[in-house]
Design a protein around this ligand. Sequence first.
Ligand code: NDP
Length: 449
Amino acid sequence: MAVVLEEKIEAIYRQVIARNPGEGEFHQAVKEVLETLGPVLVKYPEFAHQKIIQRVCEPERQIIFRVPWQDDKGEVHINRGFRVEFNSAIGPYKGGLRFHPSVYLGIIKFLGFEQLFKNALTGMPIGGGKGGSDFDPKGKSDNEIMRFCQSFMTELYRHLGEYTDVPAGDIGVGGRELGFLFGQYKRITNRYESGVLTGKGIGWGGSLVRKEATGYGAVYFVREMLKVRKNSVEGKNCVVSGSGNVAIYTMEKLQQLGAKVVACSDSNGIIVHEKGIDLDLVKRLKEVERRRIGDYVSYHKDAKYVQGGNIWEVPCQIAMPSATQNEINGKDAATLVKNGCIAVGEGANMPTTPEGVKVFLDAKIAYGPGKAANAGGVATSALEMQQNASRDSWTFEFTERKLDDIMTRIHATTYETAEEFGVSGNYVAGANVLSFIKVAQAMVPLGLI
Ligand code: NDP
């Protein structure tokens, strides 16, 4: 029985590869989910009859468009824009926009696929989608960013709406970009439709805690994993990759809970500061002055900058990858475990390769996959949508308490699902199985759509 089932799932996976050639990241994300679904089909045979797996692997809609814009010298540039509307069984499509030169359809599809299941885990009424562009915001002036965002939204707006599709930020898209995007949406539609974008500024429809939410939430998830093991975050040495939105607020919450962050990074190199990272300085360099992390050492002579360094070689007890996909390979994972790492909480999406995941699972350390651990960002986006719908604004404390409750519940339910399906302590299986069941149970009653 199990062998026949495995063959059936393997055949679905082969079909996904054939239908989506050259999209390695998407194949990787699909494989990881499919590998855990055998026991679900045994318990719910109707999901197989309804071809739910095949249907969730095929996005409901994929939009690709031209984004022409002019730089400050008047030169014309052409970028490509994407929005993949993956699944709206549970609610309107919801998921961020990524602006990075590496973006192509396969990246957006992997992110959209992950997003669908992550959103289901939050228990909020949001479906899954993702978008972005191969535009590189690095080194561009504010005016160039504005012109690009206006051109991008001039095409995308027709696909959006608070009941249709609600984007947010991701790599390269923060408060500044969301401001330009919202401004152009408002101008074209002549509607102040706050619920069409999340991650907005506080003065124009945003929610307190949204900026902090992904990082804070990931640390709450690690706190919960360690609680099960009668341990805590307090007093631990931590390493956090990246120095963007997720990394900064991961470091902030780790420090608030009494941990010491000894290293962070950007795509050029790593900072190691044994005394503990000076977060106010990182915020100033990255959020205000938009400089490189290497500049940190001009302010702290006892810190070390290693250009092109590998952050996973810095010994730590807690590792929180918060930069990008596939940043921890099998060798890095083995190094972390050998150096005494007891917990990994993924702020980034799919930051660990399949070989790395296997190392963490085999070593039985507390391993929180991004799908569950970084769901705090989108959950708080859904809280922002709630506030927009009721024209209300909640306090920081109230919103943070809600975020904490949501992360605690995601931890508890993924943990319990892993127990129920006989893979105790495996949050990868717990998160995949639980979220797939939620999506499938929403799809079946809606008929063949
Ligand atoms: P930011 O753009 O704010 O920061 C990204 C950070 O990661 C920067 O330090 C950047 O360095 C580094 N980075 C990006 N790409 C690479 C790369 N190819 N190699 C090495 N370093 C890289 O993005 P976010 O903090 O918003 O996103 C980080 C991760 O978290 C992503 O995986 C994203 O999908 C995920 N995530 C984000 C959420 C959010 O709410 N923002 C929600 C859930 C997940 P540099 O400046 O040098 O490029």
